[in-house]
Design a protein around this ligand. Structure first.
Ligand SMILES: [Zn+2]
Length: 215
């Protein structure tokens, strides 16, 4: 059975309220992740990847950023994870109520630079006084906010937000599938599966691939 399948079984236990992760130091372990799994997940405070997948220390690489987006840095990590440290299953995790649904790259950049309308909109979207810096910057090149019309921060899941999350999971899967240095077929193949984690229920729901990546 693929390791991902075992982890999905662990997730069912977690969603039912069972403890899945042992917190104590396990003693000396090898450098290679023993389950040969690499996870890319959002940094959201409500997500604990080890707990929700029932992963123990030493079993997986866990790469986190805002959105769980397959960025250039995530790709860098995945290439190292596979080619040097022998992982062969990739799991992408986006989630409901993600903050990346609540802004666009242009809006955040304009707000940071001092556009009053953008400052006001960001303040409304986040229920926090958004304060412009009045400065421009060439980095980061992108914030990777999810495509589509923005919604207030932490809005309950709806058809539109579900679709926007699925688009971005598929975009990440597509990037991985087409990266020349991440083999997804042949003798050294890596598998890729994408999920949306429901922060209200603790459950993972798989995203079908291929499929729509925008609308
Ligand atoms: Zn998030």
């Amino acid at each position: 059975m693929a390791k991902t399948e075992q982890l999905l079984e662990n997730n069912k236990q977690y969603a039912e309220g069972k403890a899945t992760h042992k917190p104590n130091h396990p003693g000396k372990q090898p450098i290679r992740p023993s389950k040969r799994v690499a996870v890319v997940a959002c940094m959201d405070a409500r997500i604990d990847v080890e707990d929700l997948l029932g992963l123990q220390t030493g079993e997986a690489h866990i790469i986190r950023n805002a959105g769980g987006v397959v960025t250039e840095d995530a790709i860098r990590c995945l290439i190292i994870s596979h080619h040097l440290l022998d992982t062969n299953e990739i799991i992408l995790i986006h989630h409901t109520r993600c903050g990346m649904l609540a802004f666009t790259d242009d809006l955040l950049k304009a707000g940071l630079e001092g556009d009053p309308g953008s400052e006001k909109l960001l303040g409304q979207a986040t229920a926090r006084k958004f304060t412009s810096t009045g400065q421009s910057s060439s980095s980061p090149q992108a914030f990777h906010a999810f495509r589509g019309p923005i919604e207030p921060l932490d809005s309950p899941p709806n058809v539109q937000s579900q679709e926007r999350l699925e688009w971005d999971v598929r975009r990440g899967m597509s990037i991985i599938h087409h990266h020349p240095w991440i083999p997804t077929s042949g003798p050294d193949a890596v598998s890729v599966r994408g999920f949306i984690y429901d922060v209200d229920t603790g459950k993972l729901n798989e995203v079908a691939y291929p499929g729509q990546m925008g609308g």
